[in-house]
Design a protein around this ligand. Sequence first.
Ligand code: C2E
Ligand code: CA
Ligand code: CA
Ligand code: CA
Length: 278
Amino acid sequence: KNESSWLARYSDNIESRYLRRLDIITELKRALISEQSELSMVYQPKIDLRSNTVKGLEALIRWNSKELGFVPPDEFIGIAEQAGLIEIVTEWVINQVIVDTSTLREAGHPVSIAINLSTQDVENSALLGRFFEKLEQFELNSSDVQIEVTESDLVADQNLAIQNLDALRERGFKVAIDDFGTGYSSLAYLKDLPVDVIKIDKSFVLNLSKSIEDQQIVNTVLKLADSFNLEVVAEGVEDEVALSLLSEWGCHYAQGYFISRPLPLPDLLKWFEQTPYC
Ligand code: C2E
Ligand code: CA
Ligand code: CA
Ligand code: CA
């Protein structure tokens, strides 16, 4: 009896996950062609710890589905990749980010913006070509754009990754390794990777003020990055102690709820008016 109920629960679980996936694919397709936009962008400020000023923003997608409610990007981006929808999602992100970047510029905030790309996007030269044209059309510079690619994606196919990252940098984009420390890469491969920035994953930063282990990891990454002349961003800074430790250790940039949550553009414009980081 026990065994069969275990099996029943197991297959129920598979079935409900399968149905959830189908719902997400159907609704995301609808959202991508619909006029009333369920998709939106939020922007999280990143500060320079040496000058205590805003260094740039990270663009993060949000999806408030009429049918499914709020669906987090961690859930739907992976499904979009597998379902062949990521190119359309990324195209939407790029267009929105470029419009918002020029709005910010006109409001007197000429900041650089980081965009998250999946490996499929990085391999899609047609998409990157359109990205580049769009930047020119809005008189923005590719050096104002950072591309964030996650470490685990890079580890999956290192040769391919190196070629594609080179191509991005030739176009003038700065490249950051996202979620650094979670991809089980050999540290030695850092010297071969054509990147400019390392983003230390938030799992090592969230408890920095309390965890001696995390302090040691972050310290080691900072020393390593320094020896390779890479810039470092710490993400997931949630308290003042973490912020001052990072600053003391020479980390260049910090991002996290302590500084600001990711904000929709109108809120970001207000944030700029009252932030001490200017
Ligand atoms: P990520 O690129 O590593 O982004 C950092 C995540 O940490 C974001 O979650 C952000 O809201 C959250 N975060 C920032 N500061 C803090 C903090 O102090 N504490 C905590 N606990 N969390 C913090 P979000 O926005 O839910 O995004 C999750 C992931 O979804 C991103 O991880 C990224 O991999 C992916 N993603 C988001 N937007 C896009 C996009 O436009 N395109 C692609 N391809 N992926 C995206
Ligand atoms: Ca990121
Ligand atoms: Ca991360
Ligand atoms: Ca991530």
